[in-house]
Design a protein. Sequence first.
Lengths: 298, 359
Amino acid sequence: MSREPTLDRKTAISYKTEEKTVMRGYNLSDLAEEGYSFYDALFVLFQSRIPTKKEEKMLKYEMGVFLEHSMSPSAVGAIGVSAGRPNLPVCIAAAVSTFGGVHGPGAAHGYMLNKYLKRAAEEGKTVDEMAKILVDEYMDAGKPVMGMGQPQHIDSDPRAEPIHLKQEEIELEGVYLEFQRAVEKYFHARRKKDGRSYVGVNVVGSGNTALMEIGFAPNAGWCLGSVVRGFSCAAHALYNMKKGRAWGASRNEPMVQMIDLSMIKYIGPEDRIVPSQDERQEYAKKQKEEGEYKKWVI
Amino acid sequence: MGYLEKDKTDALNQLKKERGIGNLASDKNPFDYHDREYGTMPQDTNRAPFQWVSEVAYKNTHRIVARGYDTTELMEEGYGMIDVLFVDYQARIPSLEEEQMASYVMIIMLEDGLSAPAAISRIVAKSKTFLTQACGASIMSFGHAFGAYSTFGNRMDSYLKKMEQENLSLEEVAKQLVAESEYDEALGISDLMLQDPTADKMIARAEKLGVAGINIKFIKAIEKAAQEKSGESLKIDLLGATGAVMQDLGFTPEATWAILSITRSFGAGAHYIEEVERGKFSRLGEDLSPKENYDGPEDRPVPPIGDREKFAKAAVCKTPQEWAERFESMKQVRGSGFSINEEVKDPSKSSGINKVGKL
């Protein structure tokens, strides 16, 4: 059997021979045999190093608390895809791919912190001073401050503050936590001053802070968060595939289904006659001139 | 919105009837095209309104609960991500040994060099995408050959069931399974790990931790049966070891498929990052495909459009014989799909439907 590599690349991550698979210099089998955990292996993967026990504990907590979130865009994506009964990995891929600029924007939060920490270093400002600058710049520009607010957990995200507290409890406080805490302080003060309601820190704000504190780059942190969520989304898809209706539109179910016809609310142009081909050119010209169509363009 | 009022509906239908629209008014249609409603269906008040139904988890404003356990409380009590996998997929807290074994399997599955998941992740990365797209694509590379946990596990389950129903020994069903599997990619036994002790060590660890069960016994019996039948050097491979161990940990074949494909996606994420760091992005039309790799028809002139009917041959066949001949000839056209005959299964056929939500 040919065992040629699928892709010809130079890589610093891993190699595989007939004898072993080696990641960042460590034989994977030896890592497992030695008693290191999967969390340890993730440090090796992304940072090429063995973490301290405290760091490993923090990652275990963060990933555990982030794994399940019931109905979020990721789970709904997985369930929606499962309705057509494709292979299970397709549902999971869809779920992981829902993580973008709004849902679990871990990388965006990380880049924001890094950008302003860099400015603090360059401009000789304290973390606290730079946090106020960040909040003011974002809020003056009408941009959302990454890591704040969650549309479902409107009082405060049940996972968020406990992550901060865990980070403090196991003494992993560094520049990221100090910065994030300061961002939250100035964010709350600014909203209060502006007469706006309280918006708490979300799980990205606290979880990603912890991930960056223990050495993960923004994209690595994003990978950890979005992929770990895939585990629960797969469970939701699997539940629907094994115990739910395919298609999600059966009229024989006692409950209206996800894409039952009655779930559709249409607010587009009214029903209209399709022009014949003879009428086409004149019709199209008139339609373009009148321009009414423009309000429907997306 | 709801349905359009009757007078407007009738007027619109009459207008269409008078002008005629293609074949839509044909008597061969099983409906009267000009007696159809416009607008969306009114909301169904006879049934319970739609809700997301889940046995797995719920959340409210203040808590997230998986299988009855508040997930923040789980972490505060010292549980971790791997424990939540058992909670989500099996609705139970694992023993320490089970958690350790799952962690072991996941370490082994984390990286595999530049195999399909990493390669796909890198190819997606070259388009300048989000990392999450690349991770998603890597999960999609797990099919019924590469990482064939569903096929592997369900076959194991069906033969173990057969063993019970027909009062056979483990060795007897192992022989049957090997004979009927034709050494396909989902057997879990191959020549891939003749020099790599990883699979053997994993099984030894499961036995040492006391979590080995019927699946590990069975894969060992399958290994023996395969060796005897083929007369070749064959061993339990990565699929066989990880699949059997995960099933002994109580995960279904599908849960195993999900968990281990996602585990590899972390590795694929690192490959995305490295590709972006070390590579360059691809532009549309940039990549060339050398002619030496091409074995399709020779270069040929495009016929003048006016001569189309002289050159063109319709695919329509009038008899089954004609159809069979064309079908066979099309197998020579690589990429046409005629050489592939696969069964697209509906997993819901074997599932139990939960009826919920009566008013």
